[in-house]
Write a protein that binds this ligand. Structure first.
Ligand code: PLP
Length: 310
């Protein structure tokens, strides 16, 4: 397998040159509500509002040519941001119905956005063709080891700060975060369990993990960061070895968790960023009395998403 904890340590040096460690805080009102000690890892405070900055930074810090990629939003922002940082061209294919806040952010970092396809799988096909035509490197948001290594630095920070954590809850789309979490946890805190969380309305990664085969599933969730539509090989291989469990939550529970983060943790989370906490709300008995890290993976909520949270 082309990925190890050693790669995360190398990435940590690169990431540290450009990004500060994100805060991880606990909130008494939140703890009382869920009946566990919750540590919120604030990736919503990254310059692009999501943890994916780490992966793109690691990938592009040694790149010499431009890239083509496909994304529902935050992978796009991370690639646009890191490409801007290193002066590289970047084209991102996004679904036609992409969150307009994310599209605007990608363009603002200077990347070219192509809106193509009803769902991410169609955008991917377009990106493959574009990469072939232009000779640029095609970057898969899920199957790129350098992205996993960069993303792994998040779990390095969590477990270096708090090796006593019982459980880390990780929102899953393609699975890079959860896969990296399993590798870092095995190296630093083998007693800590890593649990993936996806929306029940877009269960491709979950179903791939349970069945042991890469599945394609409909994307019916409102939560775009978790809506990948298919399993990705590299993260699935790692999750099969190291993930302790994989939970599904429905979109209304995710919205409840977004409201709770806003009121009890003064935190603006997008749906994907609240999914880990939603799993705690869904299974209060399972996590009672434990010390649980929840990754608030991003804060890029659209105006429409925020208006619907009332
Ligand atoms: C991409 C993303 C996820 C899912 O991460 P994967 O590594 O694709 O599983 C979760 N939350 C947010 C905010 C994201 O942008």
């Amino acid at each position: 397998m082309d990925f190890s904890y050693a790669a995360v340590r190398v990435a940590a040096a690169t990431v540290a040159r450009h990004l500060s460690p994100t805060p991880m805080w606990s909130y008494p009102v939140l703890n009382a509500t869920v009946g566990a000690t919750v540590l919120v890892k604030h990736e919503n405070t990254q310059p692009i509002g999501a943890f994916k900055a780490r992966g793109a930074l690691n990938l592009l810090s040694s790149a010499t040519t431009g890239t083509v990629t496909y994304s529902t939003g935050n992978h796009a922002q991370s690639m646009a941001w890191a490409s801007h940082l290193f002066g590289l061209p970047c084209t991102v294919v996004m679904p036609e119905n992409a969150n307009p806040s994310k599209v605007a952010a990608v363009r603002a970092w200077g990347a070219e956005v192509v809106l193509a396809g009803a769902v991410l799988a169609d955008s991917e096909a377009h990106a493959v063709e574009l990469a072939e035509r232009t000779g640029r490197r095609l970057v898969s948001p899920g199957d790129t080891p350098e992205l996993l290594a960069g993303v792994g630095t998040l779990y390095d920070e969590i477990l270096t700060a708090r090796p006593d954590i019982d459980t880390i809850l990780v929102p899953v789309g393609s699975g890079t975060g959860a896969a990296a979490a399993t590798v870092v946890t095995q190296a630093l805190a083998p007693g800590c369990e890593v649990i993936g969380v996806q929306s029940a309305a877009s269960p491709a990664a979950h179903d791939s993990w349970r069945s042991g085969e890469l599945c394609v599933r409909p994307n019916r969730t409102r939560v775009e960061g978790l809506a990948t539509g298919r399993g990705y090989d590299l993260p699935q291989q790692l999750m099969r070895k190291g993930l302790h469990d994989f939970l599904l939550v429905d979109d209304d529970r995710i919205a409840e968790a977004q409201r709770l983060l806003a009121t009890a943790a003064h935190t603006l989370a997008e749906g994907a960023g609240a999914a880990a906490l939603a799993a705690l709300l869904e299974h209060p008995g399972r996590f009672a009395g434990r010390t649980v890290a929840v990754v608030c993976s991003g804060g890029n909520a659209s105006p429409r998403e925020l208006a619907a949270l009332r």
